[in-house]
Ligand binder design. Structure first.
Ligand code: ADP
Ligand code: MG
Ligand code: ZN
Length: 475
């Protein structure tokens, strides 16, 4: 019997607001345990939460970009459950009125475009962390993460393979980074994905699904999908039934194990959060957010190709990460030379990053200094070798271009006298080669050019030297 895998995602994105969703505590990752907490986020009785406006704006931004309808009059709900990482014993979330609904994200796999439905995006607070001590020293609670704002993005069960899932997560990651609302550091848990997976006959009714948690890298997600697909198919082939359950992926063992049978909404005794005001999004607020949406990667790609005449390939490299397109735009604006700026970033800068295994998020380079180098090379003040060398100096040690090149004596001598003097000397020293040239051996010209450039040192302007050499050789 032919089988089809069906996958739906629940993605949690931790927002990069400065403060938490209902109090003024910092959202900064890490820190000494229980130092980023206050009575509100540690669940003391009698306190009142106050909604962070920026969280709503970030949610709306993402919703707009994903073509969702925005809930203009919404509220929060309490999801009640007991677990030691949740000091209030409830999570403030949105069950009935998610802030965004019915959107779509376009993915590319195997050269094909495919829309993936976004069922909803809702706002909620994160829980704390449990730290299991060595041996039988016990389990410790760190509430620093309690109340860090999260968006939960819930897809439709539209995925048919691990490749599609990864393509979607990469696309979502790119959008979150360009919107500047989540740092997407999977290793720090800023972007967490739960994978719901079931098997069915192609086009048939949905099968019973399992939900996999604890997937903290793209690689883990891919492996978990392969493992779970095989596990479910094996059960079905033997005539067995899939149990609806939540499973935990163990990336070291490369296998998942059942954690608990799947809970339903009623298990959480949801009810409207009584301590928070309803959320009202006015026309003016919504318009303001719309007007301030930044340009996204695919829009930048199109613009680079259209306005700067860059190739598809170059444009893709430049928009691969917000920091790379940011640097390119900076250099391009300051130099007024987009083509040269594109070559510099896709060439030298990418090379320097790759050779240091530097991640785009670590990229820091002074765009104005790099722009100065472009003006130097285009005006003939430095040659291409010096240009490359100086790019590296700016990139690695933030060198000042002018000082660096002057100290190394690499500004090209373009003054006529120096060049005339050197060419005259070379012709006198290598009369035989000059004679060869006159008898029609063009090769001799190359030799003489080499001698001239050697004497000029790294600072020789080859175009001028060549002109002078031809002139003095005559005929
Ligand atoms: P819950 O909120 O109880 O986890 P939902 O119905 O909200 O369940 O679905 C959560 C996720 O699971 C969604 O991404 C949805 O697309 C996906 N999903 C639901 N049913 C299936 C199924 N039979 N197979 C695969 N994915 C599914
Ligand atoms: Mg769920
Ligand atoms: Zn707090």
């Amino acid at each position: 019997m032919s089988r089809e895998v069906v996958i739906g995602l629940e993605v949690h994105a931790e927002l990069s607001t400065k403060s938490k969703i209902f109090c003024g505590c910092t959202t900064e990752f890490g820190g000494e345990a229980n130092t980023h907490v206050c009575p509100v986020c540690s669940g003391m009785p009698g306190v009142l939460p106050k909604l962070n406006r920026t969280v709503v704006e970030y949610a709306v931004k993402l919703g707009l970009v994903l073509g969702c309808s925005i809930t203009r009059n919404g509220k929060f709900d309490r999801k009640n459950y007991f677990y030691p990482d949740l000091p209030k014993a409830y999570q403030v979330s949105q069950l009935y009125t998610p802030i965004c609904r019915d959107g779509q994200i376009e993915i590319w796999t195997g050269g094909q475009k495919k829309p993936i439905g976004i069922r909803e995006i809702h706002m909620e607070e994160d829980a704390g962390k449990l730290i299991h001590g060595p041996g039988d020293s016990g389990t410790f609670m760190d509430f620093n993460r309690c109340g860090v704002p999260l968006l939960e993005i819930v897809s439709q069960p539209d995925f048919r393979s691990g490749d599609e899932v990864i393509a979607c997560l990469e696309q979502l990651r790119e959008i979150l980074l360009y919107l500047d609302i989540c740092d997407c550091k999977m290793q720090e848990g800023s972007l967490r994905t739960d994978v719901n997976l079931s098997i069915r006959q192609p086009g048939g009714e949905l099968g019973v699904r399992t939900e996999m948690k604890n997937l903290n890298s793209f690689k883990a997600i891919r492996r978990a999908i392969e493992y779970e697909t095989e596990r479910q198919i094996n059960i079905l082939e033997r005539g067995g039934e899939i149990m609806q359950e939540t499973r935990r992926w163990d990336d070291e063992k490369g296998e998942s194990c059942g954690m608990r049978s799947k809970e339903n909404a009623h298990d959480y005794r949801y009810f409207p959060e009584p301590d928070l005001l309803p959320i009202e999004i006015s026309d003016a607020w919504l318009t303001g957010i719309k007007e301030n949406l930044p340009e996204l990667a695919h829009q930048k790609r199109q613009r680079y190709i259209r306005d700067y005449g860059l190739s598809e390939k170059e444009a893709s490299v430049l928009t691969g990460h917000k920091n790379i397109s940011g640097l390119f735009e900076d250099i391009s604006e300051q130099s007024g030379e987009p083509t040269e700026a594109a070559h510099m970033v896709t060439g030298s800068i990418m090379y320097l990053m790759n050779s240091r295994a530097m991640l785009p998020e670590e990229l820091r380079a002074d765009g104005s200094k790099l722009a100065v180098l472009i003006s130097f090379v285009l005006s003939g003040k430095i040659n291409r070798n010096t240009y490359k060398e100086a790019i590296e100096a700016v990139f690695t040690k933030d060198a000042d271009p002018e000082t660096y090149i002057a100290e190394k004596g690499l500004f090209m001598s373009s003054d006529d006298k120096t060049i005339t003097g050197i060419v005259t000397e070379v012709l006198a020293d290598h009369a035989a080669a000059a004679a060869d040239y006159h008898s029609g051996r063009e090769k001799a010209f190359g030799f003489l050019m080499g001698q001239v450039m050697k004497k000029l040192g790294g600072a020789g302007n080859p175009a001028m030297a060549e002109k002078k050499l031809r002139e003095l050789l005559g005929g």
